[in-house]
Every structure is written in C-alpha cells, then in structure tokens.
Write a protein that binds this ligand. Structure first.
Ligand code: CP
Ligand code: NVA
Length: 304
C-alpha cells in the first residue's frame, strides 16, 4: 500500500538519522540487485514525473533509469515545452500532475517554488536541485563516503568554494549525521545565514586552512545554474579557491575528494585532483541512481 500521510523530500533535514540509516541499507541491497542483474520491480504501473526548469545530465538519467529499473515509468517535462513556461501557476501544475502520477521530482530555481508545488501535490515531491538545496546529491555523497570509509559521524568535511545549494545541504547533513564542516568561501560569496540552522561549521578566510586535517574535501562549480550573469565577477573573486594537490596535501592522508559534477578542470579543481586517486566523483554520480531508487521506494512504500 502507498504510504499515508505523504512524505516529501524537499531538503536534507526532511528525513531523520534513523530514516537515513534505513534508506542507506535499502540502497545497498538495491545496488547489489542491480549489479547482479536481479529483477526488482516494486514500482510496476507507477509513474514518476520529472519537472526540469534547469539543465541536467545526472539527475535526469538517474531518476529516469532508476524508475525504469524499479519496473515503473518516468516522464520528463521541461519549462520550455510544458505550460509552466507559459505562466501556468506552479500550484495548478502540482494539482494536475499529482493526479496522474505517483511521485514527482522537481528541479527549479527558488526553494519557495518547490514548496508551493509540494503543498498542492497529492503525491511525494522530491527536490532534484533548487537554488538553496540539492539533498539527493548530498545523500548519494554520504552513501559514497560510508562505502569508502565507514561512518561519517565525527569526521571533518572541508567545503572550498561557493556558498551554494550543495553547501547548504552539506550543513543540514552535518546536523543529521553529526560531523563538522570547515567552510571557506571568497569575500562577497559568503553563506546566507538565514539558510543555516546548525553550528557544526567553522569559517576559514584561507581555503587551504579549511582543508587542514579534513577527511573529505568538497567543491563545486563557481557559478551555479541561474547565476550565469555573475560568471566574470566570480572568476575573479574565486581566484585561489581551486582545490589542487597543495590543498589536498593539507587534508588527512586518506582524505577523499568529492565534486557533484559537472566540473571545470583548472577552475574549482585541478585535473590531477579530480582525476587522481583520492577522487570518488564517478562513485558519487553512480550512487545517485541507487540512493534515489531506495528513496522512491521509501517515500512510496515506507519500510518494507
Ligand atoms: N550533480 C548533478 O545534479 O548533475 P546534473 O546537473 O547533471 O543533474
Ligand atoms: N551548484 C550547482 C550544482 C549542479 C549540479 C548548480 O546549482 O548549478
């Protein structure tokens, strides 16, 4: 039976540690089934609708392939050729879409948009990235960390770069999982403290200092989707914020490097780091598939 009341996944803090531990265990099992070519079809006759207001490679592919692998169907809609692009209210879209499908993923601009959509939806809504949050990516990243190094609780994660959706989701994850984030953002691109509800972080003026002793070094594009007109100014302001081998040398000897991708070698990360032995970027990308399949299963079927 489908879970009632419905549960959305709009930001990382929407699930408890206990729920994360359950879904991660399911992701392990679902991943193993996939690797073994074992058919697992709990979503027969169920449909996922994916609404994209921004570009995507990984998010679209992982949700679409994932729903297919679970025995269901996935439908891709974008702003350009749906009525959303011609001004149909997001509230109306939530009402209509949720009467025709079982679960919805939305990638859009402001978090308020996905919240208004979800408030009008009869089915679970998953955040596939907003300006403020990217919870599915950080969920996959935590799963990736655990696979490589075991528990992340008590560890130190360095964030070197823009105060963006990824950082805000990492900070929420720090509160849920109990780890610390060393944050270094360039002058003028600091965190919006109204989006931060944890004290599990330390600010560093020097990005290399933020990496000192870190178990995981994390960065992301300097210009996120929707901020393209700031690109030239950002390139100047972020000078010195590249994650290179000198910064990785400050981290713990067995530190991992993560980047949610897409990456820009020579800007936020050097080629030798992202293509080097500490980098787990391909595992992060792959784990989007397994984590989101487990998340869909959990949001629709609960604990099975
Ligand atoms: N990391 C991530 O969400 O990638 P896409 O923008 O390609 O979906
Ligand atoms: N911070 C980036 C992540 C891309 C997956 C963006 O929002 O564009």
């Amino acid at each position: 039976p489908i879970q009632k009341p419905i549960k959305h996944y709009l930001q990382f803090s929407d699930l408890t540690l206990d729920e994360y531990e359950y879904v991660i265990e399911r992701a392990r099992i679902i991943k193993r089934k996939f690797k073994n070519y074992e058919i697992y079809h709990p979503m027969i006759d169920r449909t996922l609708v994916m609404v994209f207001d921004k570009n995507s490679t990984r998010t679209r592919l992982s949700f679409e392939a994932g729903m297919h692998q679970l025995g269901g169907a996935a439908i891709y809609l974008n702003t350009r050729d749906s009525q959303l692009g011609r001004g149909e209210p997001v509230e109306d879209a939530g009402q209509v879409m949720s009467r025709m499908c079982d679960i919805i993923m939305v990638r859009t601009f402001g978090q308020d948009i996905i919240e208004r959509f979800a408030a009008n939806s009869r089915v679970p809504v998953i955040n596939g990235l907003t300006n403020e949050h990217h919870p599915c990516q950080v969920f996959a990243d935590i799963f990736t960390y655990i696979e490589h190094r075991g528990s992340i609780t008590g560890k130190t994660v360095a964030w070197v770069g823009d105060a963006n959706n990824m950082l805000y989701s990492w900070l929420q994850a720090a509160e849920v999982f109990g780890f610390h984030v060393n944050v270094s953002t360039p002058h003028g691109y600091e965190m919006d403290m109204s989006l931060v509800s944890t004290d599990r972080f330390t600010l560093f003026a020097n990005p290399a200092d933020a990496c000192e002793g870190a178990h995981l070094v994390n960065t992301d594009v300097w210009t996120s989707m929707g901020y393209e007109e700031e690109n030239a100014a950002r390139l100047k302001a972020f000078d010195g914020w590249i994650v290179d081998s000198a910064k990785m040398a400050r981290a713990a000897p067995d530190a991992l490097f993560m980047h949610c991708l897409p990456a820009h070698r020579g800007e936020e990360v050097s080629a030798d780091v992202i293509d080097g032995p500490q980098s787990v970027v391909w595992d992060e990308a792959e784990n989007r598939l397994h984590i989101q399949k487990a998340l869909i299963e959990y949001l629709l079927l609960g604990r099975i």
